[in-house]
Design a protein. Structure first.
Length: 95
C-alpha cells in the first residue's frame, strides 16, 4: 500500500515577521527584539507610534535584522537617530 502525503505549497507566502530594534519602553509595553507576526501591530501597542512617531522606524523585517541592528549602533545613521529619539522621548517623561 502506497502512502500519500498532502501537498506542500512551497510558494505560499509566509506571514510577515517584524522585529523591534528600539529601546525597552517603560512599563513593559514593548521590549527590544520583540518579534511580531502578521500585518500591523497588536492593539496593546498600537498607540505607541502616535505618542512617539520614531518608534515606527524601529520595526524592521526579520530578514533585515542584522543590518538594521548594526545601523542602530552606528552614530549618525537614521536608525541610530530614531533609537535616540525614542530614548529622549521616554527620558523626558513621555508615556
Amino acid at each position: 500500500m502506497e502512502t500519500t502525503y498532502p501537498e506542500v505549497n512551497e510558494t505560499a507566502e509566509k506571514p510577515k515577521q517584524v522585529i523591534y530594534i528600539g529601546p525597552n519602553i517603560p512599563g513593559g509595553a514593548l521590549h527590544r527584539y520583540q518579534v511580531f507576526i502578521g500585518e500591523g501591530l497588536p492593539l496593546y501597542i498600537s498607540g505607541l507610534p502616535e505618542e512617539c512617531p520614531a518608534i515606527k522606524g524601529l520595526f524592521v523585517p526579520v530578514e533585515q535584522f542584522a543590518a538594521a541592528e548594526a545601523a542602530v549602533t552606528q552614530t549618525g545613521s537614521a536608525e541610530n537617530a530614531l533609537y535616540q529619539a525614542v530614548l529622549d522621548h521616554y527620558r523626558k517623561g513621555g508615556k
